[in-house]
Design a protein around this ligand. Structure first.
Ligand SMILES: NC(=O)c1ccc[n+]([C@@H]2O[C@H](COP(=O)([O-])OP(=O)(O)OC[C@H]3O[C@@H](n4cnc5c(N)ncnc54)[C@H](O)[C@@H]3O)[C@@H](O)[C@H]2O)c1
Length: 267
């Protein structure tokens, strides 16, 4: 069983979905986990799940797109646990499902700001600690939408493509310092990404859910993934089991990007 005992990890966006599953997996493998999210109740619920199971966790509220809050997240972690070993940049939003000419500038900026700038900011403030101890592991949550051109998601695809190449770039700059940087690209995972919030009516929510389920059904494994199936890979990538991996972009997608849907032509 993969262990990360005595490590301290930050997981952003850990109040729900994939981030929550990553936080639970890291804590279950022995790490002290700093659960971070903009949603206080959701983050505290994840902390309670960890501590109820006998694990070690602390909630720190932070909007990752805000420099001061990202800096406070890292400094509070180091102050509380005495060190930082692992950063999981997971917080992300989907944005509007429109073609680019219909996307408002503020909406485009918001998606880039949370997904890409948030990854930059948390990494920026974590790196000095990793450099001082000549050890650190960064795990970025990108997406299969960063590997392909997906319909009606220009800002999201751009942000996730940016995270993928930032991952490679960081691996180059910090490999000699003992810092490993990898990314996961989840496919269709059964979470509330893009479905939460007042912008979606019940009807739109149902339509979005049906589209996701249909798209997932056409992938080689024929279903949506569960957050825990992504978290298992995340744990591997921050553990010593992946000690010779850096700059790797790992799909966890049920085979989504290995092929395209042949539809009627397949037999
Ligand atoms: N669900 C999928 O199918 C899927 C596929 C590929 C990639 N991803 C990526 O996985 C990550 C997690 O998504 P999820 O599906 O678990 O979604 P989710 O909405 O269930 O969880 C995302 C969490 O991030 C938090 N968050 C949002 N904005 C934030 C901010 N500015 N600062 C801090 N926290 C913030 C939310 O409050 C929420 O708790 C995202 O980066 C997403 O892009 C998801």
């Amino acid at each position: 069983m993969t262990r990360i005992d005595q490590k301290t990890a930050i997981v952003t966006g850990a109040g729900n979905g994939i981030g929550r599953a990553i936080a639970l997996a890291f804590a279950g493998a022995g790490a002290n986990v700093v659960v971070s999210d903009v949603l206080v109740d959701d983050g505290e619920r994840t902390v309670n799940e960890i501590t109820d199971a006998g694990g070690s966790a602390l909630f720190v509220a932070a909007d990752v797109s805000d420099a001061l809050q990202a800096e406070n997240l890292v400094s509070t972690t180091v102050h509380h646990f005495g060190r930082l070993d692992i950063l999981a940049n997971n917080a992300g939003i989907g944005g509007s499902r429109l073609r680019l000419h219909e996307v408002e500038p503020d909406d485009f900026d918001r998606v880039i700001s949370v997904n890409l700038r948030g990854t930059y900011l948390c990494t920026k403030f974590a790196l000095p600690h990793f450099l001082a101890q000549s050890d650190g592991r960064i795990l970025n949550t990108a997406s299969t939408y960063g590997l392909i051109g997906a319909p009606n998601a220009p800002a999201y695809c751009a942000s996730k493509g940016g995270i993928i190449n930032l991952t490679r770039q960081l691996a180059v700059d910090y490999g000699h310092d003992g810092i490993r940087v990898n990314a996961i690209c989840p496919g269709y995972i059964d979470t509330h990404l893009g479905r939460r919030g007042p912008q979606l009516s019940a009807e739109e929510f149902a339509t979005a859910t049906a589209i996701r389920e249909k798209a997932a059904g056409m992938q080689p494994l024929g279903r949506q993934g569960q957050p825990a199936e992504v978290a298992e890979v995340a744990l591997f990538l921050v553990s010593d089991a992946s000690s010779f991996m850096t700059g790797s972009i790992v799909t966890v997608d049920g085979g989504c990007v290995t092929t395209f849907n042949y539809g009627e032509a397949s037999n």
